[in-house]
Write a protein that binds this ligand. Structure first.
Ligand SMILES: Nc1ncnc2c1ncn2[C@@H]1O[C@H](COP(=O)(O)OP(=O)(O)O)[C@@H](O)[C@H]1O
Ligand SMILES: Nc1ccn([C@H]2C[C@H](O)[C@@H](COP(=O)(O)OP(=O)(O)O)O2)c(=O)n1
Length: 222
C-alpha cells in the first residue's frame, strides 16, 4: 500500500504578484496548510514597533528577539503567528508596518530567528491532518524549503501590481519594498534556480492557479 505523500509547495514573488490569493486557493483545492510568511515578518515588525524598537538599533533588536514567544494558531486552513497570548491581527497591514517591514526583514539575526519557526510549520500541518503545506514569501524556494516538491516564482510588471494594491484600497510603496527586498544581503528576493517562473501580468488569477494546480495534481490528486 502506498501512503499519500506530504507535499511542500513554495511560492515566492514581489508585492502584489498574486502569492496570497493563489496560495489560499491551492490550500483549499489540495487540503494544504496555508502559510503566509510575509504575515510573520509583518507580525514581528508590528511587535518591534509596539516596543519602540528601531531596525537600526541592533542591540535593541537582539534583546527584543530574545523576548519573543512565538507560537502558531491554525485558523481554518491558515497558520497564524501568535506572540505570547496574542495572535497577529489587522494591525500587520497598517501603513506603518508597510513602511518598516522591509527594514526589519533585512536584519540577518531576525531572519535567522524566523528560519526554524518557518520550517516547523510542516509539523503544524502534519499535526492538523493537512496533506502538506503551501508557503509563500520571498525566500521559501531558495532558503526555507529548497527541496520543496514545487517551487513557483510569481512576477508581474510594477504598474499592474500597483494597480492591484490600489484597488484593494491599500497605501503601500511596493516599488520601494521590492527594491529593499531584492537588494538586501540576507536571503534577497530572487527567482531560485529550477523554480517555475510565472508572469502574472496578463493572466487572470484563475489562470495562474490552474497552471500551478496542474503541476501539483501530478503528485497529489485534488
Ligand atoms: N493574476 C491576477 N490578475 C488580477 N488581479 C490579481 C491577480 N493576482 C492577484 N490579483 C489581485 O491583486 C491583489 C494582490 O494579490 P495578492 O495575492 O495579495 O498578492 P501578494 O500576496 O503577492 O502580495 C489582490 O487583490 C488580488 O485579488
Ligand atoms: N519570506 C519572506 C516574506 C516576507 N518578507 C518581507 C519582505 C516583504 O516586503 C514583507 C511583507 O511581506 P508580504 O508577503 O506580506 O508582502 P506583500 O503581501 O507581498 O505585499 O516581509 C521577507 O523578507 N521574507
Amino acid at each position: 500500500m502506498t501512503s499519500t505523500p506530504f507535499l511542500i509547495v513554495a511560492i515566492d514573488g514581489g508585492a502584489a504578484s498574486g502569492k496570497s490569493s493563489s496560495s489560499r486557493t491551492l490550500s483549499e483545492r489540495f487540503n494544504l496548510l496555508h502559510v503566509d510568511t510575509g504575515s510573520y515578518y509583518r507580525a514581528v515588525t508590528a511587535e518591534m514597533l509596539r516596543q519602540n524598537v528601531r531596525a537600526d538599533d541592533p542591540a535593541a533588536v537582539h534583546a527584543a528577539l530574545a523576548r519573543l514567544a512565538l507560537g502558531t494558531r491554525v485558523d481554518g486552513r491558515s497558520a497564524v503567528m501568535t506572540l505570547g497570548d496574542r495572535a497577529a491581527g489587522d494591525e500587520i497591514r497598517s501603513r506603518e508596518v508597510n513602511d518598516h517591514v522591509s527594514h526589519f526583514a533585512a536584519i540577518p539575526e531576525l531572519r535567522a530567528a524566523l528560519l526554524t519557526y518557518q520550517r516547523s510549520q510542516a509539523d503544524v500541518a502534519r499535526a492538523h491532518g493537512f496533506r502538506g503545506l503551501v508557503m509563500e514569501g520571498r525566500d521559501i524556494g531558495s532558503v526555507i524549503f529548497p527541496d520543496a516538491d514545487f517551487r513557483f516564482f510569481l512576477h508581474a510588471d510594477q504598474v499592474e501590481r500597483a494597480r492591484r494594491r490600489a484597488q484593494e484600497g491599500q497605501q503601500d510603496s511596493i516599488a520601494e519594498r521590492d527594491r529593499l527586498d531584492s537588494s538586501r544581503k540576507a536571503s534577497p528576493l530572487t527567482c531560485p534556480a529550477g523554480a517555475t517562473s510565472i508572469d502574472t501580468t496578463h493572466l487572470t488569477l484563475a489562470e495562474v492557479v490552474d497552471r500551478m494546480a496542474a503541476a501539483i495534481a501530478t503528485k497529489l490528486p485534488a
